[in-house]
Ligand binder design. Structure first.
Ligand code: NAD
Length: 477
């Protein structure tokens, strides 16, 4: 069995404890992962603390830090096929998605590499005699970054790239589910030339490794992506170190379709919005709110498309839809569907393990029709390939239903009427609004949610400020 190593203080090491990683397509263990405990975390954080004061890192100019990030981007780009294969093997995400996504991640390292030397301070025309004053920006310190199992390389990049550009040091905890691509990525961090301790990458379980990291007294910022329940633990853990927090959490994102929408492109966007990554995406467009007049036509097309999605092994290029990442995930989906059907939802399509795919954590693309906004499938996150549909009567009804959720990550809006699009956009309680499109991302645009979807934003130029703090300097002349 292949054995992966953790990367602490510039050294690769086998874990003193290990655990087996399961291939979601075969249900067989395929690799041994190092299981970091509190002592490993402490070593990594102390190394990051030392590196934060070490001239090898602090002596670099911001331009030099930017160049290290450019080099990392180049190395990552060359490694796309290998890293994509590892992510596909360890999480079941289909190879055509892992390749495309990892290739784009390099742009995040380039974007923040380019920003590194553009974070000017400010001279202040101070209202005191014989005094000069300025505001100086400094890196915040040691960052604890924690990611979930879906899109680990991407979710790590949106934390690592601005943190390193700002001059911070980072201890990154990969998820215990599917950590292979991030552990392998450590090779490129090393090769790019970041000094020892500037980045450490390890994996372990939430209750020991995650807890030790987020409550560590030397951590100044926590950047977390995961579920809201875990976020609550982290907020409690961080009562010990009072670290700044960025929380990117779950979603129950509405896709609102008005009767004047272009149905062909809308259907494409809805299908990829919910079924890409087998629905295991925080921005999955999981609630379809459709005007009552177009609902029958829309549902016909959607169920036709859902039935013809090519399910298959994730490592085959033709496959459009692979297994879920874990059996736990599948059991959660089965349970939430059962509770929703019991509460009155109707199964339009799917809802089963696909015939011929009894081995592996496969589950069919599924559509549920509801007429009660309180149906569990409209309220709880599946984090899986289930679209829950609810009709609406008019614009006010659509907005009320879209906002009827404690989450507020993404939303989609389909209409040819741009005046309506602007009106509705202003009233949607969500961090992202996609109009006549879905799932677009770019390092140039902030990403984050309202309500239970989280605190703060990742992406965009301002995210680098999360990793800096201001020092006010007064000089008597
Ligand atoms: P999770 O919250 O169970 O785990 C996420 C990470 O937190 C893992 O690395 C885990 O080991 C760690 N963790 C668990 N308990 C911890 C603790 N007590 N202290 C510190 N760390 C702990 O989430 P998951 O099941 O891996 O991922 C699915 C969730 O992530 C969904 O809710 C999804 O919507 C969300 N997500 C959000 C975004 C976003 O950008 N908003 C992106 C992807 C996923």
């Amino acid at each position: 069995m292949r054995e992966f190593e953790q990367y602490i203080d510039g050294r690769f090491e086998k874990g003193q404890a290990t655990f087996e990683s399961i291939d979601p397509a075969t249900q067989k263990p395929w690799a041994l992962m190092p299981r970091a405990g509190a002592q490993d975390v402490d070593r990594a954080v102390r190394a990051a603390w030392r590196a934060f004061a070490d001239p090898q890192w602090t002596g670099l100019t911001a331009t030099q830090r930017g160049k290290l990030l450019f080099r990392l981007a180049d190395l990552l780009e060359q490694a796309v096929p290998d890293l994509a294969e590892l992510e596909t093997r360890d999480t079941g995400k289909i190879i055509r998605e892992t390749r495309a996504q990892i290739a784009y991640i390099a742009e995040y390292y380039r974007y923040y590499g380019g920003l590194a030397d553009k974070m000017d301070g400010r001279y202040v025309a101070i209202d005191k005699a014989d005094t000069e004053a300025y505001q100086q920006r400094e890196p915040i310190g040691v960052v604890a970054a924690i990611v979930p199992w879906n899109s680990q390389l991407f979710l790590a990049a949106v934390k690592l790239a601005p943190a390193l550009a700002a001059g911070c040091t980072v201890v990154l905890k990969a998820s215990e589910d599917g950590p292979a691509p991030l552990l392998a990525f450590a090779r490129f961090v090393h090769e790019a030339g970041f000094p020892p301790g500037v980045v450490s990458i390890l994996t372990g379980f939430g209750e020991d490794c995650g807890k030790a990291l987020t409550s560590h007294p030397l951590v100044s910022r926590i950047a977390f992506t995961g579920g809201p329940e875990t976020a609550r633990h982290i907020v409690r853990n961080s009562a010990d170190n009072l670290a700044y927090l960025t929380l990117e959490l779950g979603g129950k994102s509405p896709v609102v379709v008005f009767p004047d929408a272009d149905l062909d492109s809308t259907v494409n966007a809805i299908i990829s919005g919910i079924f890409a990554a087998t629905g295991q995406s925080c921005v999955a467009g999981s609630r379809l709110l459709a005007h009552r007049d177009i609902l029958p036509a829309l549902l016909d097309r959607l169920s036709e498309r859902a039935k013809t999605i090519r399910i298959g092994p994730p490592d085959v290029m033709q496959t459009e839809f692979g297994p879920l990442a874990t059996d736990r995930q599948r059991r959660h989906i089965v349970d939430l569907i059962a509770r929703s059907l019991a509460a009155g939802a109707t199964l339009v399509t799917g809802g089963q393990v696909p015939p011929g795919f009894e081995t592996g954590f496969y589950f069919e693309p599924t559509i549920l029709l509801c007429d009660d906004p309180q149906t569990p499938c409209l309220r709880e996150e599946f984090f899986g390939p289930v679209l829950s549909v609810l009709p609406f009567e008019d614009e006010a009804d659509a907005i009320a239903n879209a906002n009827d959720t404690p989450f507020g990550l993404a939303s989609g809006l389909f209409t040819r009427d741009l005046a309506r699009a602007k009106r509705v956009t202003a009233r949607l309680r969500a961090g992202i609004v996609w109009v006549n499109t879905y799932r677009m991302i770019s390092p140039l645009m902030p990403f984050g949610g309202f309500g239970l979807s989280g605190l703060g934003r990742e992406g965009g130029s301002e995210a680098i400020l999360d990793y800096m703090r201001t020092k006010s300097v007064w000089v008597r002349t």
